[in-house]
Design a protein around this ligand. Structure first.
Ligand code: CA
Length: 222
């Protein structure tokens, strides 16, 4: 498993990389976005630890760029930042970070969050989930709607997967948030992702129904 660390502060970089290497991960460190952009083209990491305040592109810009490119949109990203307000967290998570840790942080907690994120990556088992023209190939992590390929971010994909594995069942907002985002999430995050997911599915987006005051369900009928 290869982990990239983008962090300009040498002491934190060393702390993170030492702990990860001790736990058997291969680690590459970057002081700034340019070195990181060069390297990621050569080899895609399994996970990225990302600082926000960096020289050159800051962490949120890097995050936005990665999430908008299909080759990188699925890589789990954990932000580790000294920016600790609720707004900072929401911004990071809305842009597609999988987790957000505040500095100073505990190394043990960082390791357990890294492990949790890497466990979430599904095994490459080629099975297909289908609902009324929406098809998801779990092996290839691809989605089509009416045979047209749909490019989803990591979170949008996980969200759609939850619907496709429980069609016609009402999913409670809290359950969706727990399952897809973990503890660091807000209702706004969910609504934003539902909106973009519906839009990306085009005419098939209408099958994601809002169940007032409860949550959402994937269904043909209301
Ligand atoms: Ca920094």
């Amino acid at each position: 498993m290869l982990i990239h660390i983008v962090e300009d502060e040498v002491s934190i970089r060393e702390l993170e990389s030492y702990a990860l290497e001790k736990n058997g991960y291969e680690v590459r460190c970057f002081e700034n976005s340019n070195d990181f952009y060069d390297e990621i083209k050569r080899r895609t990491p399994d996970l990225i630890l990302l600082d926000i305040m960096l020289p050159g592109d800051d962490g949120l810009t890097i995050l936005g760029k990665l999430r908008s490119e299909s080759a990188y949109s699925m890589i789990p990203i954990i932000i580790i930042s000294a920016k600790t307000t609720e707004l900072d967290r929401v911004k990071g998570l809305d842009l597609g970070a999988d987790d957000y840790m505040c500095k100073p942080f505990s190394v043990m907690e960082m390791l357990s969050r890294v492990k949790a994120r890497l466990r979430n990556i599904p095994e490459a088992v080629p099975y297909i989930l289908n609902f009324e023209g929406i098809a998801m190939s779990e092996g290839a992590r691809t989605v089509t709607a009416g045979d047209v390929p749909v490019e989803l971010t990591y979170k949008e994909y996980e969200l759609l997967k939850m619907f496709l594995t429980s069609p016609r069942i009402v999913l409670r907002r809290d359950d969706i948030l727990d399952k897809v985002w973990g503890r660091d999430s807000t209702g706004r995050t969910l609504d934003v992702h539902i909106r973009t997911l519906r839009a990306k599915l085009g005419e098939y987006g209408k099958y994601i129904k809002t169940v007032r005051n409860v949550g959402y369900k994937l269904d043909k009928d209301d």
